[in-house]
Ligand binder design. Structure first.
Ligand SMILES: Nc1nc2c(c(=O)[nH]1)N[C@H]1C(S)=C(S)[C@@H](COP(=O)(O)OP(=O)(O)OC[C@H]3O[C@@H](n4cnc5c(=O)[nH]c(N)nc54)[C@H](O)[C@@H]3O)O[C@H]1N2
Ligand SMILES: Nc1nc2c(c(=O)[nH]1)N[C@H]1C(S)=C(S)[C@@H](COP(=O)(O)OP(=O)(O)OC[C@H]3O[C@@H](n4cnc5c(=O)[nH]c(N)nc54)[C@H](O)[C@@H]3O)O[C@H]1N2
Ligand code: SF4
Ligand SMILES: [Mo]
Length: 877
C-alpha cells in the first residue's frame, strides 16, 4: 500500500550506499520524524532499522558546537585563521607535499568538490585521500582496468529482473538491507529466481539463499578463475561480444593455471555453482568488502568482471557485475575525484590532457602532477613527520584504519592536526589541535550518489546548532584565507554543484562518461527542487546502463579482460597466530557508532562487541559461550566476548569493527589488523589478519545499568545506550577491595542511598542505588559471567524497582529477551513463545501475530533463522 501522507522535506538517508529517500518533518522541540519516501527510486518508501531510527540520533547531546583550539572553545575567526596560516606556513617551508587531507565517502559531493579543488588545484599536490580507500579502492582500480572508467554498469532494477543473484563477500541483508529486501520480494513473485551467497562465514544473507558457498577466506579469484574456465569449457563464451574485449586468451590461460588452487569447496559445490551461473543468462554478481578489502582485492574484482565480459552479460536488464557502495556518497566521492589518484569527473591524474583541462577550467595557479599519498601511506607519513599538517574530515581513522594504535600515535605525533566532526569526543577528535564543528545530516544541503549512479539531494530540516557550519563552507573559507579568494567564493552548495556539472561537460567533451552538464545551469530554486536522477545527464545522454553496446573507455574503445592468479592473504597463519581474523559489520550499528549508538533501539540488537568462533576451536581452547577472550595479533590486542557458532569455519574468527575508545576501549579491532594493502589499489586487507585467541582470565565479571553515563575503569568494559539510560558489561583482573566504593565510583554516586547483597567469600556482589524511591543504578558482579536478565534490567533505571537486586523480572512481567525486531521492539523470548503457542510456521505469520519484521524487514532473516532452529528442535524431539 502506498503511503500518501505529504512528504514535507525530501532527503536521503545518511548511512549506506543504497541511498534511500526519506521524508522529514521537524517538530518545534528539535525532534525529527523520518519515514521512507514512497516516490524515491532507491527504496519506494522502505527503510531499514538504521534509517527508521534516524530520529533518535539527531539530539544535541555530545555534539561539537563550537570551534576548539587546544581543547578550549573559541570563535570561527580565530580557529580558521590558525588553520589557514599553519597550512600556508607549512607549505611555504616544506612544500605542498608536506600537508594532507584525509576525508570521507560520507561527505556530500559539494564538500568533496571543494576539498579536492583546494588540494589538487591550489595547494598543488594530490595528498588528499579518503576512507573510500578502505572501502571501494579495489573496485575503482578493477573497473578502471577492465572498462577504462570507474563505472557501475547497471541499476537496482537489475537485481529484481535477474534470474540469479550472486552475493560475493557481501552481507547484503545487514549492510544494504533495503536492496536485499527488494531481491527477496522479487523472488517471492518469481520463485524460480535464485540467490547464491559466497562468504567464508554463514551470514544473515544466507538465510534467504538457495546456496551458500563457504569458501576458504581470500580464494575468490580462484573461484572465479574456475568459473571462467568452466564458461569456456561449456562453450558459453559470447564470441560476438568478445570482439569488444582485449586479453581473452591470456586471461583464460592465467585462469587455467589456477585450476588446482584450493577454494575449500567440494567439486560438487563448484560444479553446481558453475552450472547455475553458466546456464542462467540473467545473472547479477554483487560484490562488496569480502572482495575489496583484500591484498588481492583488485584481482578479485577483475576475476569477477572477466566472467561477465566473456559472456557479454553486462549492462543489459537483469545482468552485470554490481559493486555495491558502502557509504552514502562513496560513489559521489569517486566521481568528484576524492581519491589521491583521480581527478574530478572521471578525469585521470596520470593523463596530461586531463590535467591541463581541469587546470584551465579552474584557472588555478597549479595542478597536482601525479598521485598523492594513499590512506595507509598518508598516516605513515604523518607518523614519520613527512606530513606536517593534516586535516581529517568526517571520518574516525584512529578507530577505522588498520594498525589503529599506530595510526592513533601518528595523529598524536603529527605537528598540526585539524579535525572537522559533529561529535565532540571521538578517538580521533581527542587528538586534534583544532576541532571544527560541522553541521550534521538533517541540518545540511547537498547531493550524494548511490550505488547505481543515482544522484539525490540531502536537504536540511533542522537549524544548524551552536556555531556549526557546513563542511563545504569551512573548506571554502580556509581556501579564501589561504589567499584564493575568488576560487572559493561560494555562496551556496548550488553554486558548487553547477561548477562541478560544468566541469563534467569538459570531461564529456574529452570522451569521459561522467557528464552531468545538463545540470550546469541551475539557480538555487532549481537546485532546491532537484529530483533524483541517474547520470549521465547531458545533451547527448540521459541515464541508462553502460557497456552493452561494447563501447568502453580505454583509448581503443575496448574492454580488457585482466589475467589474474589467486594469491593467498598476506598474513600467514602460524602456530603463534593460528586464526584468520575476519572483521565486518552488524545490522544495527554504523562504523564507529558516533550516531547509531545514540539510539537505544539500535543499541539493543547487539549491545556488546564479540568474537565469533567455531565451537570445536573453542572446546580445544577451553572457551565457553559468553567467556571473555583475549585476541592478539602481531599489531595489537583486544578483549572480546566469545560467541560460539558453527556459522564460522574452524580456524576463522570474526569480530565487528564498530567499538571504540568511547564505547569499549579494549574492543578496537583495527588495533589488530595488519596494515597490508593491495599493490594496485592501496586498499587495506581488513578481513584477513592473523590472531591468537586465549581465554581472558577475569577475577570478576559484572553487568551494570544506570540512568546516567558510567565511568568504568575495569580491564574490560563495553557500554550501550538504553531507553532508561545506559547499560555496561564489565570485567576486572583483580577483585575490588570494597564493592560499594567501586560501584559508587562507577556510577558517580558518592552519596546515594544504597542496597547491597555482598558475599565476599564467593565474590558475589549486587548493589543498587535509589533516590526518592527511584532506581538510579545497579551493579551485578560475580566470579563468572553474571546470569541476570539484562534486557529487563536495562528498563529499570528511573522506575521504583524495589526488587532490582534479584536480577529477574517479576512473575507478572515476562522477559522479552534479546531484541530481534528494533522497529516494534520485539524480543527473542516473545517470538519463541508465540511460535510455540500459536504454532507459527512462517516469517509472515510471525509478522501477523507480533508485527515483528513487518516494517523495515531488516530482521526477517533472523526471524527465518529462529523459525528454522525451532523446527530443527522439533524434528529432533
Ligand atoms: N549495518 C551496517 N550497514 C552498513 C555499514 C555499517 O557500518 N553497518 N557500512 C556501510 C559500508 S561503508 C560498507 S563498505 C558496506 C559493507 O558491506 P559488506 O561488504 O556487505 O559488509 P562486511 O560485513 O564488511 O563484509 C561482508 C562479508 O565479507 C565476508 N568476507 C570476508 N572475507 C571474505 C573473502 O575472502 N571472500 C568472500 N567472498 N567474503 C569474505 C565477511 O565474512 C562478511 O560477511 O556496508 C555499508 N552498510
Ligand atoms: N577492521 C575493519 N576496519 C574497517 C572496515 C572493516 O570492514 N573492517 N571497513 C572500512 C570501511 S569500508 C569504511 S567505509 C571505514 C569507515 O570508518 P570511518 O569513516 O572512520 O567511520 P565513521 O564512524 O563513519 O566516521 C565518521 C565520522 O564523521 C563524523 N561525522 C558525522 N557526520 C558528519 C558531518 O556531517 N560532517 C563531519 N565533518 N563529520 C561528521 C562522525 O561523528 C564520525 O566521527 O572503516 C573501514 N575500516
Ligand atoms: S538501506 Fe537502510 S541504511 Fe541503507 S540507505 Fe536505506 S535506510 Fe539507510
Ligand atoms: Mo565502507
Amino acid at each position: 500500500m502506498k503511503d500518501d501522507r505529504v512528504c514535507e522535506i525530501r532527503s536521503t538517508c545518511p548511512y549506506c550506499g543504497v541511498g534511500c529517500g526519506v521524508c522529514l518533518s521537524a517538530d518545534a522541540a528539535g525532534g525529527l520524524e523520518v519515514r521512507g519516501d514512497p516516490d524515491h527510486p532507491a527504496n519506494f518508501g522502505k527503510l531499514c532499522s538504521k534509517g527508521s531510527a534516524l530520529g533518535e540520533t539527531v539530539g544535541l547531546e555530545g555534539r561539537l558546537l563550537a570551534p576548539r583550539v587546544g581543547g578550549t572553545d573559541t570563535d570561527w575567526d580565530s580557529a580558521l585563521s590558525l588553520v589557514a596560516s599553519r597550512f600556508k606556513e607549512t607549505i611555504a617551508q616544506h612544500g605542498p607535499e608536506s600537508v594532507g587531507f584525509y576525508v570521507s565517502g560520507q561527505l556530500l559531493t559539494e564538500d568533496y568538490y571543494v576539498a579536492n579543488k583546494l588540494m589538487k588545484g591550489y595547494i598543488g599536490a594530490a595528498n588528499i585521500d579518503t576512507n573510500s580507500r578502505l572501502c571501494m579502492a579495489s573496485t575503482v582500480a578493477g573497473h578502471r582496468r577492465a572498462f577504462g572508467t570507474d563505472t557501475v554498469p547497471g541499476s537496482y532494477e537489475d537485481l529484481e529482473e535477474a534470474d540469479l543473484v550472486v552475493l560475493v563477500g557481501s552481507n547484503l541483508a545487514w549492510c544494504h538491507p533495503v536492496l536485499y529486501q527488494r531481491i527477496l520480494r522479487a523472488r517471492k513473485k518469481r520463485p524460480e529466481m535464485k540467490l547464491v551467497v559466497i562468504d567464508p562465514r554463514r551470514t544473515a544473507s544466507c538465510d534467504g539463499a538457495d546456496m551458500h558457498l563457504a569458501l576458504k577466506a581470500g580464494t575468490d579469484a580462484a573461484l572465479f578463475n574456475g568459473l571462467l574456465c568452466a564458461i569456456h569449457d561449456a562453450g558459453a563464451v559470447d564470441k560476438r561480444f568478445v570482439t569488444h574485449v582485449n586479453g581473452f586468451d591470456e586471461t583464460l590461460a592465467a585462469a587455467s593455471s589456477d585450476r588446482d588452487a584450493v577454494t575449500g569447496l567440494s567439486d560438487a559445490e563448484l560444479s553446481a555453482f558453475y552450472d547455475l551461473w553458466i546456464r542462467t543468462e540473467k545473472v547479477v554478481t554483487v560484490f562488496s568488502q569480502g572482495v575489496n578489502q583484500s591484498s588481492s582485492g583488485t584481482d578479485k574484482v577483475n576475476a569477477i568482471l572477466n566472467c561477465h565480459l566473456a559472456t557479454g552479460r553486462i549492462g543489459l536488464p537483469g545482468m552485470g557485475p554490481f559493486s555495491v557502495t558502502g557509504q552514502p556518497n562513496a560513489m559521489g566521492g569517486r566521481e568528484v575525484g576524492g581519491l589521491a589518484n583521480m581527478l574530478a569527473c572521471h578525469l585521470e591524474l596520470e593523463n596530461a590532457d586531463h590535467r591541463a583541462a581541469v587546470h584551465e577550467f579552474w584557472g588555478s595557479p597549479q595542478i597536482a602532477q601525479g598521485p598523492g599519498l594513499k590512506a595507509v601511506e598518508m598516516f605513515r607519513a604523518a607518523g614519520e613527520g613527512r606530513i606536517k599538517a593534516l586535516w581529517i574530515i568526517h571520518t574516525n581513522p584512529a578507530v577505522s584504519m588498520p594498525d589503529a594504535d599506530a595510526v592513533r600515535q601518528a595523529i598524536a605525533d603529527c605537528e598540526f592536526v585539524v579535525v572537522s566532526d559533529i561529535t565532540a569526543e571521538t578517538d580521533t577528535a581527542r587528538l586534534a589541535d583544532v576541532l571544527l564543528p560541522a553541521t550534521a545530516w538533517g541540518e545540511k544541503e547537498g547531493t550524494v550518489t548511490g550505488s547505481d549512479r543515482l544522484i539525490s539531494r540531502q536537504r536540511a530540516a533542522l537549524p544548524a546548532p551552536g556555531q556549526a557550519r557546513p563542511d563545504w563552507d569551512i573548506l571554502a573559507e580556509v581556501g579564501r584565507r589561504m589567499g584564493w579568494y575568488e576560487a572559493f567564493d561560494y555562496a551556496s552548495p548550488a553554486e558548487i554543484f553547477c561548477e562541478y556539472a560544468a566541469l563534467s561537460g569538459v570531461a564529456g567533451k574529452l570522451g569521459r562518461d561522467f557528464d552531468i552538464s545538463g545540470k550546469a545551469e541551475m539557480d538555487d530554486r532549481a537546485y532546491d527542487a532537484m529530483a533524483p536522477f541517474h547520470w549521465p545527464q547531458s545533451a547527448e545522454r540521459q541515464g541508462g546502463r553502460f557497456f552493452a553496446d561494447g563501447k568502453f573507455y580505454h583509448p581503443d574503445g575496448k574492454a580488457r579482460m585482466v589475467p589474474v592468479r589467486y594469491r593467498p592473504p598476506e598474513a600467514k597463519q602460524a602456530p603463534r597466530y593460528p586464526f584468520r581474523f575476519n572483521t565486518g559489520r552488524i545490522r544495527d550499528q554504523w562504523h564507529t557508532m558516533t550516531r547509531t549508538a545514540r539510539s537505544p533501539r539500535l543499541a539493543a540488537h547487539l549491545a556488546e562487541p564479540f568474537l565469533d568462533l567455531h565451537p570445536g576451536d573453542a572446546a580445544r581452547l577451553g572457551i565457553s559461550h559468553a567467556d571473555l577472550v583475549r585476541v592478539e595479533s602481531p599489531e595489537g590486542r583486544a578483549i572480546l566476548r566469545a560467541r560460539l557458532t558453527d556459522a564460522q569455519q574452524p580456524g576463522d574468527v570474526f569480530a565487528p569493527m564498530h567499538w571504540t575508545g568511547e564505547t569499549a576501549p579494549c574492543a578496537r579491532v583495527d588495533a589488530l589488523v595488519a596494515a597490508v594493502t593491495d599493490p594496485v589499489s592501496g586498499q587495506p586487507e581488513s578481513k584477513a589478519s592473523v590472531v591468537a585467541v586465549t581465554k581472558f582470565q577475569a577475577a570478576w565479571y559484572g553487568f551494570a545499568v544506570s540512568s546516567r553515563a558510567m565511568i568504568p575503569r575495569s580491564a574490560y568494559w563495553a557500554r550501550a545506550r538504553t531507553r532508561a539510560g545506559w547499560r555496561a558489561e564489565l570485567a576486572g583482573s583483580t577483585q575490588p577491595e570494597d564493592w560499594e566504593a567501586e560501584a559508587r565510583a562507577l556510577f558517580g554516586l558518592p552519596d546515594a542511598e544504597v542496597q547491597t547483597l555482598i558475599d565476599r567469600r564467593r565474590g558475589l556482589a549486587r548493589i543498587a542505588f535509589h533516590q526518592d524511591g527511584q532506581l538510579l543504578a545497579a551493579l551485578f558482579a560475580g566470579p563468572q559471567p553474571v546470569a541476570v536478565k539484562r534486557d529487563f534490567l536495562a528498563t529499570l533505571p528511573g522506575s521504583d524497582a524495589p526488587d532490582a537486586l534479584t536480577g529477574q523480572p517479576p512473575a507478572d512481567r515476562p522477559d522479552p529477551g534479546p531484541l530481534v525486531c528494533s522497529c516494534f521492539n520485539v524480543g527473542l523470548n516473545t517470538i519463541l513463545a508465540a511460535i510455540e503457542e500459536k504454532g507459527l510456521v512462517s516469517v509472515d505469520q510471525i509478522g501477523a501475530a507480533l508485527e515483528a519484521g513487518t516494517n523495515c524487514g531488516s530482521c526477517r532473516p533472523e526471524l527465518a533463522a529462529i523459525l528454522a532452529s525451532t523446527q530443527t528442535m522439533e524434528a529432533a524431539e
